[in-house]
Design a protein around this ligand. Structure first.
Ligand code: COA
Length: 340
């Protein structure tokens, strides 16, 4: 049995904001943002567009790719879905309903279970393992959609230059399928191994304080509306350790070296974090795929957006061993090893 990724999709809002656009309204510069993060631009959803809208578009694009490959109609594929897992830090609603349920309805996925994963920027890595697990434990389940979707522009404080410059909106989706008769040898495909970890001792270092049961948001109170707060330095140090540790563990557990890995697709939070981790491990920068310059940090969406970009431009070859690695609020971290 194997769990294979058979299609990918993404959705990026049309509105692009460059660093210079931000510098017009914040005390920052293109030079500072680029040199500290590698970010050059980000996309921002129009008013009225929520995480589920971007998720739906990404999901439809993934199903359309699968429809083209298999000759099955998108609607039929949607009805054949058994599971929809969606990771988001900026869901349509906090707590309930799950954004995944809104996507499930609009997609016409009548036979699917649907739920959200709260693992912040590690949401896709967690979601892929949860979905793969659900397909593995019950043979009546065959297909799942794993989505990362964010409209972070609604939950950043646009007056805080320390966070506002970092984030962008977007969604990515992958369609996964359980096959009972996987190909062997060099035609082998699928999710090989996953590492998932958390360190809740850092929970307060990256959070949306207001709006939950700990600090209920009081309308008219002195507090500003719910927004992302972060101890940037601490998160930076945690991230470098999380990435290096996860890469080392995945290689050791699978008994392989970095030379066996065609590409690492890291969560796109800060190019400097990736460069620092690569340097520590002696991994050339070219091994890491980076698109942060164009999209900024799209949290749970960053890895599936990157996968779709690579996939649609023919930069992932069947049989390539690829690695995802990510970290985020929680604090959470982890990675997947996948044979494409
Ligand atoms: N433009 C200009 N100056 C800025 C700025 C901005 N957008 N943001 C912060 N600064 C200033 C600070 O005010 C500070 O000024 P001071 O020295 O006069 O006090 C100076 O730059 C250094 O700030 P600091 O926060 O120490 O910068 P840094 O080198 O740690 O970089 C981050 C800040 C946020 C880029 C970096 O800490 C980081 O990337 N952390 C991880 C964040 C992350 O990945 N979060 C998501 C996890 S999924």
């Amino acid at each position: 049995m194997a769990i294979e990724i058979i299609a990918t999709g993404r959705a990026i809002p049309a509105k692009r904001l460059t660093n210079d656009d931000l510098a017009n309204r914040l005390d920052t510069t293109d030079e500072w943002i680029r040199s500290h993060t590698g970010i050059g631009a980000r996309y921002v959803a129009e008013e009225g567009v929520a995480a589920s809208d971007l998720a739906l578009e990404a999901a439809r694009n993934a199903l359309a790719m699968a429809a083209e490959q298999t000759g099955t109609a998108v609607e039929t594929l949607a009805q054949s879905l058994d599971v929809i897992i969606l990771g988001s830090t900026s869901p349509d609603y906090y707590g309930v309903p799950a954004t995944a349920c809104i996507v499930q309805d609009k997609l016409g996925a009548k036979n699917a279970a649907a739920m959200d994963i709260t693992a912040a920027c590690t949401g896709f890595i967690y979601g892929l393992e949860v979905a793969a697990g659900l397909l593995t434990v019950d043979r009546s389940r065959k297909r799942a959609l794993v989505i990362g979707a964010e409209v972070l522009s609604r939950i950043v404080d646009w007056n805080d230059r320390g966070t506002a410059v970092l984030f962008g909106d977007g969604a990515g989706a992958v369609l996964i399928e359980r096959t009972e008769t996987p190909s062997e040898g060099k035609n082998r495909r699928g999710v090989l191994r996953t590492i998932l970890r958390a360190d809740g001792s850092g929970a307060e270092r990256l959070r949306i304080k207001q709006g939950g049961s700990r600090y209920p948001y009081q309308s008219g109170g002195a507090e500003s509306p719910p927004h992302v707060e972060m101890d940037g330095r601490m998160v930076y140090n945690f991230a470098v350790k999380a990435i290096t540790g996860t890469i080392e563990k995945l290689l050791t557990q699978e008994n392989i070296t970095i030379n066996d890995v065609a590409r690492i697709i890291p969560h796109q939070a800060n190019a400097r974090i990736i460069q620092a981790a690569g340097k520590r491990l002696g991994i050339p920068e070219s091994k890491f795929f980076l698109n942060i310059e164009e999209y900024a940090n799209t949290s749970a969406a960053s890895i599936p957006i990157a996968l779709d970009e690579l996939n649609r431009t023919g930069r992932l070859k069947q049989g390539d061993l690829i690695m995802t690695v990510g970290f985020g609020g929680g604090l959470t971290y982890g990675g997947n090893l996948i044979i494409w």
